[in-house]
Ligand binder design. Structure first.
Ligand code: SF4
Length: 371
C-alpha cells in the first residue's frame, strides 16, 4: 500500500490579479498581485481532521478550494493519494479524474443559496447522485437520500425530501447541504465556515453532527473557520489539528490541545487572546498581544515574517528574514511554528527589538465559544 497521504499540498501558491504574464514574472513585476496563498505545504491523512483558522482575508478559503480542485494554483501541487489533481484531467493516472473530483467535496457557509428554491429537497439532491453514482437507479437514489436525511436527523425523511428549501430552517438547510456532499461518499470534505451563520446552540448541534458523520464514514474533514473556539471544538473532539493562517501562510499547526494550551506563534496567541472562553487558558492579559490592530494590505505584505508589523516580539531580524514552519520541541512531534522567537534563533536574539507605537485599542468582537 502506498505511503502517500490522502491529500498532499506542496509549496502551493495562489496569486490573483496584477501583471501575470510570463515576462512580467521573469522581470519580477508583480505589482497589484494579491498573494492569497503563498508556499503552503500540508498533509491531510485518511480519516483526518484539520481546522484551518485565521482572520478574514488570510487565504484559508482560497487554500481550501485549491486543495479540492476548485481553484487552480499559481504554483505548487496538490496530490490525492499521490496523484497530482491538477494534472489528472490532462494526464490520466491510476485514479480516474472523475473519481478524484467525487472524492473531494465542499460544504458552503450559505446553505440557502446553494439549494435551488424551485426544486424539492429530493430534486436538489438527486442530480449530483445521478451524475456521480450512475450505477444507482431512481428507486435506489431515493432510498439513499431518505437514509441520509434520516442519518442527519431530518425525519420523517420522505416529508423532508418533498419540501422546498424555503420550508427549511437555517440548520435544516445546512444539514441538507451536508447530505448532498455525503451522498457522494467523499474521502474529504471541505467545510467552509459551515456553522458560522447559525445560532450558538444550533452551531454546536451541527458541529456534533459533522463529527458523528466523520466518524461514521471515516471521512477526512478540513474545517475552515475564523473562530478559534469552533476550531478547538471540532479538531479537539476528533483528535485533529488546528492550522493557523496569516496573510497567505500557515504560521502554526499542531494537535488542537497543543495549539490552545501551548501556542508558540505570537499570532496564534493574539487569536486566542481575542476569543472568549479561550483567552483565560494561558496567562490572561488585559491588552491585546499585538502592536497594531490593522491587517496589512495583502497586495503589499510586509517583508520577512509577515506578522512583524504587528508582533510584540518582533526584532529587526524578522523584518528581513522569513521563518519556516518547523517542528517544536515538546510533547507532540506534530507541532510546528514559523517564528524565530519560538525556535530561539540566535540571529533573532542578537538583533534589536522593533520599537514603534503600540496601537492596542481593540474590542473583542469574536463569537461566543462553542464550549
Ligand atoms: S518571527 Fe519575529 S515577527 Fe514573526 S512572529 Fe516570530 S517574533 Fe514575531
Amino acid at each position: 500500500m502506498s505511503d502517500d497521504p490522502l491529500l498532499r499540498v506542496d509549496d502551493l501558491s495562489v496569486h490573483f490579479g496584477g501583471n501575470e504574464g510570463i515576462l512580467d514574472r521573469l522581470l519580477g513585476d508583480d505589482k497589484g498581485v494579491v498573494r492569497a496563498v503563498d508556499d503552503v505545504s500540508l498533509d491531510i491523512g485518511e480519516n483526518d481532521v484539520v481546522a484551518l483558522v485565521g482572520e478574514s482575508g488570510c487565504g484559508k478559503t482560497t487554500l481550501g478550494k485549491a486543495m479540492i480542485g476548485l481553484q487552480r494554483p499559481t504554483s505548487g501541487t496538490v496530490s490525492f493519494r499521490g496523484q497530482d489533481i491538477w494534472k489528472s484531467d490532462l494526464e490520466p493516472g491510476d485514479i480516474p479524474y472523475k473519481e478524484i473530483r467525487k472524492s473531494l467535496q465542499m460544504v458552503h457557509q450559505d446553505a440557502g443559496n446553494s439549494l435551488d428554491p424551485n426544486r424539492t429537497i429530493f430534486k436538489n439532491l438527486n442530480p449530483a447522485l445521478k451524475k456521480w453514482r450512475p450505477e444507482l437507479n431512481l428507486v435506489e437514489r431515493r432510498e439513499l437520500v431518505h437514509q441520509m436525511l434520516d442519518t442527519v436527523g431530518l425525519t420523517p425523511a420522505d416529508d423532508y425530501a418533498s419540501r422546498y428549501p424555503h420550508q427549511l430552517s437555517g440548520g435544516e438547510a445546512q444539514r441538507t447541504v451536508i447530505v448532498r456532499s455525503m451522498l457522494l461518499e467523499p474521502d474529504l470534505i471541505l467545510a467552509d465556515e459551515a456553522v458560522s451563520a447559525l445560532d450558538v446552540s444550533l452551531r454546536v448541534n451541527l458541529m456534533d453532527l459533522l463529527l458523528e458523520l466523520q466518524e461514521m464514514f471515516s471521512t477526512s474533514f478540513v474545517f475552515i473557520s475564523h473562530n478559534m473556539a469552533n476550531a478547538r471544538y471540532l479538531a479537539g473532539r476528533a483528535d485533529g489539528r488546528i492550522a493557523v493562517m496569516y496573510l497567505g501562510r500557515i504560521v502554526e499547526i499542531g494537535p488542537a490541545d497543543e495549539i490552545i494550551k501551548n501556542p508558540q506563534h505570537p499570532y496564534t496567541k493574539s487569536l486566542l487572546w481575542a476569543t472568549s472562553g479561550l483567552s483565560e487558558i494561558n496567562d490572561p492579559i488585559e491588552t491585546p498581544p499585538v502592536r497594531k490592530i490593522d491587517i496589512p494590505d495583502p497586495e503589499n505584505p510586509p517583508s520577512g515574517c509577515r506578522f512583524h508589523t504587528r508582533c510584540p516580539e518582533a526584532r529587526e531580524y524578522c523584518a528581513s528574514n522569513t521563518p519556516d514552519l518547523s517542528g517544536m520541541s515538546g510533547p507532540s512531534d506534530r507541532h510546528e511554528a514559523a517564528c524565530f522567537d519560538a525556535h530561539d534563533r540566535i540571529d533573532y536574539r542578537n538583533s534589536d527589538p522593533i520599537a514603534d507605537d503600540f496601537d492596542i485599542d481593540v474590542a473583542d468582537d469574536t463569537e461566543q465559544p462553542a464550549d
